[in-house]
Design a binder for this molecule. Structure first.
Ligand SMILES: NC(=O)c1ccc[n+]([C@@H]2O[C@H](COP(=O)([O-])OP(=O)(O)OC[C@H]3O[C@@H](n4cnc5c(N)ncnc54)[C@H](OP(=O)(O)O)[C@@H]3O)[C@@H](O)[C@H]2O)c1
Length: 335
């Protein structure tokens, strides 16, 4: 209970800190910066932050591929209409199901698309432990395991192509939408990665934080593994957009839903106002020359020590590799 109180306290402190401070260490990217000729994959683009990012990036002239669970045709039409771009397409994916992630990769492979910018944004905040299709805790599955599998396949298929593999090619960018809540996950033992544990409403925020901490640890480890020398082959970054008025609290109890909407709209940023760090990582030359950046709103910060610990990163890599291998061998056997 005390740990839960601490998680809530930290979350509220972060919200007020975000709203009351406007210290920017990075400059917003003006709309004059164009992305013509680039292809951008965005997960969770059906609402909130992902949708606002998709509108911005399509408006800059990039081809956008929206990987969404719901509202596929509506979102595609809406973004085309708002931006005047014809280069918008949507593909179905349920990130809580590795079968669906595999199908998304297969569709992208058939299209032989080269992905310059991948924005792994989809996320959710559950109010109790729920199993994904393969039996993992759902926030762990959506925030981490799906992204781990997706990136692995996209690299294997050559759809995300490290710059050193193709002469004079631009550096692809891989961006993970995480959260400052990841700092609440310090007590997590990485040897327990993937173990399903029941939790209820009181511990839900802590488990959200743990899943985002695992995502940050993955971003760190992926960045190191893809860029073993000083030359950046694939720029891997992560960020927290701050507190944003979206549908993220959709699972909150009915009894407090009437309060949550007005509270969020009053105190939180709109999605359009919150996408600055994502657009910076997708567009700035700085974010192409470097890898492993973490932004909180428009400030660069360090990822928590637990998430950036080398041993934790190695354990995370090895255990998640085993999860994926197990899944792939079961799929091959038709089980
Ligand atoms: N809002 C905040 O204050 C805040 C703060 C820090 C970080 N974030 C992060 O920002 C990201 C975007 O969230 P948001 O605030 O924009 O919330 P949102 O409006 O609820 O959007 C979440 C998106 O993720 C998608 N999604 C959820 N589960 C999925 C699944 N199993 N498969 C495919 N797509 C799935 C949703 O699709 P459906 O509509 O089909 O469910 C939706 O498009 C999340 O990673 C969240 O953790 C948000």
């Amino acid at each position: 209970m005390r740990r839960f109180d601490g998680t809530i306290r930290n979350a509220l402190a972060t919200i007020f800190y975000d709203r009351l401070t406007s210290r920017n260490s990075i400059e917003p990217i003006p709309s004059s910066v164009r992305l013509e000729g680039k292809t951008c994959l965005i997960t969770g683009a059906s609402s909130g932050i992902g949708k606002a990012v998709a509108i911005d990036i399509a408006g800059r002239g990039a081809k956008v591929i929206l990987a969404c669970r719901t509202g596929i045709s509506e979102i595609c039409e809406e973004i085309k209409e708002l931006t005047g771009s014809g280069a918008v397409e949507a593909i179905h994916v349920d990130l809580a199901d590795l079968d669906s992630v595999r199908q998304l990769c297969d569709v992208l492979r058939e299209q032989r698309v080269r992905i310059d910018i991948s924005i792994f944004n989809a996320g959710l905040s559950t109010i109790s432990a729920r199993r994904s299709e393969q039996g993992y805790e759902t926030m762990f599955a959506v925030h981490f395991l799906a992204n781990r599998y997706l990136v692995k396949r996209l690299l294997e298929y050559g759809l995300i192509n490290p710059a050193n593999a193709v002469e004079s090619a631009a550096v692809p960018r891989v961006i993970f939408v995480s959260s400052e809540a990841h700092r609440a996950g310090e007590s997590f033992d990485f040897r327990d990665l993937g173990t399903f544990r029941e939790f209820g409403r009181k511990e839900a925020l802590l488990h959200y934080g743990i899943s985002k901490m695992v995502l940050c640890a993955y971003a760190c480890e992926l960045s190191k593994r893809l860029n073993p020398s000083d030359t950046v082959s694939v720029a891997v970054h992560s960020l927290c957009p701050g507190a944003v008025a979206t549908k993220i609290a959709r699972e909150a109890p009915q009894s407090i839903q009437w309060l949550i909407g007005p509270f969020m709209r009053t105190l939180f940023r709109s999605p359009e106002a919150a996408i600055g760090p994502i657009i910076y990582l997708a567009c700035s030359p700085d974010a192409e020359r470097r890898t492993g950046m973490y932004l909180h709103c428009m400030q660069e910060k360090s990822i928590s020590t637990h998430a950036s610990d080398a041993t934790n990163g190695r354990i995370l890599w090895e255990l998640s590799d085993e999860m994926i291998s197990k899944y792939e061998s079961e799929t091959r056997d038709g089980t």
